[in-house]
Write a protein that binds this ligand. Structure first.
Ligand code: APR
Length: 173
C-alpha cells in the first residue's frame, strides 16, 4: 500500500522523483516554495516553464492544473508545477485545491514517478488555513492513491513545526 509521510524542512532538499511547486499561473517564478525551487533548481526549470507557456498555456496555467518540467539542479528528477487557489472567506475553493493534488499525482504517475513531495499548497501567500488545506490534501491523496500505477510514497513537507503538528493531527483522524 502506498504510504503518506509528513516531515518538516525545505522541500527543495527532498530526494524524490517529483517535487511539487506551489506556483502561480505565470509559471515565471515568485516567492515561497516557487522562489526556492527556481533558486535551487536553476535556470533550466524557468526555461522549461517558458516553453510550456509558449506552447500550451499562452494565458497562463489555470488554477488546479499541473504541468511537469525538469528538476534542473534539484535532487528531484522533475518538478510538477501547480497553481493553488487563493483562499476566500466567501467562496469554497476546496475543489480547486483538491484538483492541485489530484492533477499533480496524475502527472507524476504518468511520468512513472514512484515518490512525490508536496508542500502545503496555498497555505502561504494564498492564505489558505493550514487545517482546512490539510483536510483537503490528505483526503484527496488517500482517494487517488489506489488508482495510481507507480507512485508508492507521498511526502508532505511542512515548513514549520506548527504546520507539521496541524497536518499530523489531521492525518491521525
Ligand atoms: N519548502 C517547503 N515549504 C515551504 C518552503 C520551502 N522551501 N517555502 C515556503 N513553504 C511553505 C509556506 O510556509 C506555506 O506553508 O509552503 C506553503 C505554501 O506557501 P507559498 O510558497 O507562499 O505558496 P502559496 O500559498 O501556494 O502561494 C503561491 O506565492 O510564491 C508565490 O509564486 C508563488 O504566486 C505564487 C504564490
Amino acid at each position: 500500500m502506498p504510504e503518506i509521510l509528513l516531515r518538516t524542512g525545505d522541500i527543495t532538499h527532498e530526494t524524490v522523483d517529483v517535487v511539487v511547486n506551489a506556483a502561480n499561473s505565470s509559471l515565471l517564478g515568485g516567492g515561497g516554495v516557487d522562489g526556492a525551487i527556481h533558486a535551487r533548481g536553476g535556470p533550466a526549470i524557468l526555461a522549461a516553464c517558458r516553453q510550456i507557456r509558449r506552447e500550451r498555456y499562452g494565458n497562463g496555467l489555470p488554477v488546479g492544473e499541473a504541468v511537469a518540467t525538469t528538476g534542473g539542479d534539484l535532487p528531484a528528477r522533475w518538478v510538477v508545477h501547480t497553481v493553488g487557489p487563493v483562499w476566500s472567506a466567501s467562496h469554497d475553493q476546496s475543489d480547486l485545491l483538491a484538483a492541485c493534488y489530484r492533477n499533480s499525482l496524475a502527472v507524476a504517475d504518468e511520468l512513472g514517478a514512484t515518490s512525490i513531495a508536496f508542500p502545503a499548497i496555498s497555505t502561504g501567500v494564498y492564505r489558505y488555513p493550514q487545517e482546512d488545506a490539510a483536510e483537503v490534501a490528505l483526503a484527496t491523496v488517500r482517494d487517488c492513491l489506489p488508482g495510481l500505477l507507480h507512485v508508492q510514497e507521498v511526502r508532505f513537507v511542512l515548513f514549520s513545526q506548527d504546520a507539521y503538528d496541524i497536518w499530523a493531527a489531521v492525518l491521525a483522524r
